[in-house]
Ligand binder design. Structure first.
Ligand code: ADP
Length: 621
């Protein structure tokens, strides 16, 4: 790569549109008008047309390019197609939906921006909608629409306005927006590079000006540092961590955070292969680094700077493209590959299966061959990752069956919290002091053991109602009992927390710890919180060291919504409350609760009796 090239920015665009709307003509014209054609190419094709008595078409240029490319041994997706004064462009071809989708989702071809063609004569058609929907699914957000063949519409401003209004409305309906909508005549070059003198009513940008205004995701150096460790080599005393800098910049002296192991150390040196040691390494470079401390770092650890760490989680939502013939089903396990890390994962749920022809999606129990779906994946181990939106490299994943690739996908998180905050231990130098009053001493005095009854369930399922009644009855029976619920916790201990996924996770973490302390003190503590995430409940269980009892207060969404004791569902449906469990935020069902209390089937009294019986059975010494 020459210096000049490496300094220039590259934008990868995909051109989509109905077959006859003028794609090839537009590409031919882009080559020519930007002065990107090799010397003599145009003349050669014109001469060929003359010899054969054919009318010259701009599309022939594209065809000629394509066939040269097809003869090439390798397909280079970063090959430059045309250049503007500002940067280089590459066109990712979109031959058929399936292939295009697969390439885009697996990251084989990643478009920064899209040009969508609409024929001024035919207007917005089904395919124009399908293409927009696909781009939306793939996360392409920089879009320019060109309304082509304006000559066939007599260069009429009102025809253009009509198409513009229709299409803008459609895009808005699917949550998208076009940066520019431009009237052009691709064949004659109107508004491609030069402003058209036949449509002076149009004051906006030309196509190339519009494209020049887009930002290129290939500028990975400006993103936060991501350096996945590929190998660890030991040379005498030293350990060299080898890998490729995926994004950002790494400097000698930087303090690095390794995720998910959460260890930190400074970069002592950067060793480039067969080159002198250097002070900086940038996105795209493969290097080896040494640290100022001996840490146990493994292949798969992801290094970042401390201030800009990746997300840490053991569950995430992503959108995948499914390759095998046999469908993907919930409960199945695969190997998840995140850059250099590979861990087993289970498919927890298929949130949405997309129908790209009908432009709809729905929950499903299977993803068919070549299907696109939003799924929730769960692992035992903590993972370090990013959302696609934040990083095009670490925001992607691949699934294998141990041998073959079965899916490629992009990470969105959608409603799942970053667990970094709740798993990081900041205090050090702690020593536990032994109590001289033992659990047995306390149990003997109280007449029962301590423990946590962890109620979980949807809002309105009956957690508070049952918890308060159980507290009353257990107290009457002489138990040391106390209920932790939203009222006594959110106003004090957790007054600084809101309802974002992260704050919810932290809320539950603190409640889990407080409940564990109550239990340790010998009390029966009942917690009444939705606690929608399995990972959070598992952490609460771990905190309570074997005295944890998960009680699923069971009522389905329809029943809870009908009860709506606090009017919250109504408000959530009206969009007044965001992140509302069951409506706009997930609820993960308990997978193996100690007790299930079905409040749809039984009266409050019967439910309370069920819990009391459980406590008498389990907590009496
Ligand atoms: P949560 O604490 O789970 O959000 P609440 O206890 O505040 O739920 O509200 C549950 C609502 O459902 C109350 O209005 C309660 O009277 C009603 N309900 C109906 N049947 C039952 C039952 N079997 N158990 C508990 N609550 C019930």
């Amino acid at each position: 790569m020459s210096d000049e090239m490496s300094l220039r920015d590259l934008l990868r665009i995909v051109i989509v549109g109905h077959v006859d709307h003028g794609k090839s003509t537009l590409v031919g014209r882009l080559f020519h008008d930007t002065g990107s054609l090799p010397e003599g190419k145009l003349e050669a094709i014109q001469a060929m047309c003359e010899r054969r008595g054919m009318r010259f078409e701009w599309a022939f240029l594209m065809d000629a390019f394509q066939s040269e490319r097809d003869q090439g041994i390798t397909i280079d997706t970063s090959q430059i197609w045309f250049k503007s004064a500002r940067r280089d462009y590459t066109i990712i071809d979109a031959p058929g939906h399936r292939e295009f989708l697969k390439n885009m989702i697996t990251g084989a071809a990643n478009a920064d921006a899209a040009v969508m063609l609409i024929d001024a004569g035919q207007g917005v058609q089904q395919q124009s909608r399908t293409h927009a929907y696909l781009l939306q699914l793939l996360g392409v957000r920089q879009i320019v629409v060109v309304v082509n063949k304006m000559d066939l519409a007599d260069f009429a401003a009102d025809r253009f306005a009509e198409i513009e209004t229709t299409y803008r409305q459609y895009l808005a309906d699917i949550g998208m927006q076009a940066a520019h909508i431009i009237p052009v005549v691709a064949r004659d070059g109107d508004n491609i590079v030069k402003p058209s003198d036949r449509m002076t009513w149009y004051r906006g940008k030309t196509l190339v000006e519009a494209l020049d205004g887009f930002v290129s995701a290939t500028d990975l150096t400006s993103l936060p540092l991501r350096f996945p460790v590929q190998d660890v080599y030991k040379f005498d005393e030293r350990r060299i961590l080898a890998g490729r800098v995926l994004s950002g910049r790494l400097r000698v002296g930087d303090r690095l955070l390794f995720s998910p192991s959460n260890k930190t150390a400074r970069v002592a040196s950067i060793e480039a292969w067969s080159a002198p040691a250097k002070a900086v390494a940038e996105a795209g470079e493969s290097v080896g680094i040494t640290l100022d401390e001996q840490l146990f770092i493994e292949r798969g650890d992801l290094a970042s700077h401390e201030e800009t760490p990746p997300i840490e989680t053991n569950v995430f939502q992503g959108r995948l493209f499914w390759l095998p013939n046999e469908p993907l089903r919930p409960g199945a396990s695969y190997r998840l590959r995140l850059q250099t890390r590979e861990v087993p994962v289970t498919v927890q749920e298929i949130k949405a299966l997309y129908d790209v022809e009908q432009l709809t999606n729905a929950p499903s129990d299977a993803v068919p061959h070549h299907g696109i779906a939003d799924v929730v994946l769960r692992s035992q181990a903590m993972l370090a990752l990013d959302r696609l939106e934040d990083n095009p490299k670490t925001g992607r994943f691949v699934l294998t069956d141990g041998v073959n690739l079965v899916a490629g996908g992009t990470i969105s998180m959608d409603g799942y919290p970053n667990q970094r905050q709740v798993v990081t231990i900041r205090s050090s130098n702690l020593t536990e002091v032994e109590h001289t009053v033992t659990h047995a001493n306390r149990a003997q005095r109280n007449g029962h053991r301590g423990g946590v009854l962890w109620f979980t369930g949807l809002s309105g399922a009956g957690k508070s109602t049952i918890a308060m009644a159980v507290e009353r009855e257990l107290f009457r029976r002489g138990f040391q009992v106390y209920v932790l619920d939203g009222d006594n916790v959110r106003r004090g201990l957790n007054a600084n927390l809101g309802f974002s996924p992260e704050d919810r996770a932290e809320n539950i973490r603190r409640i889990g710890e407080v409940a564990a302390l109550f239990a340790d003190a010998g009390m029966v503590v009942i917690t009444a919180f939705i606690s929608p995430y399995r990972s959070d409940r598992q952490r609460a269980r771990n905190a309570a060291h074997g005295t944890f009892h998960e009680v699923y207060i069971k009522a389905d969404l329809a029943a809870c919504e009908l009860r709506d004791p606090k009017g919250l569902y109504r408000r959530a449906r009206q969009g007044e409350i965001g992140n509302f469990t069951g409506i706009s935020a997930p609820y993960e069902l308990p997978d193996d609760p100690e007790l299930v209390v079905d409040t749809q089937k039984w009266s409050v009294e019967a439910c309370v009796q069920q819990v009391i019986a459980y406590v008498e059975r389990t907590f009496r010494s």
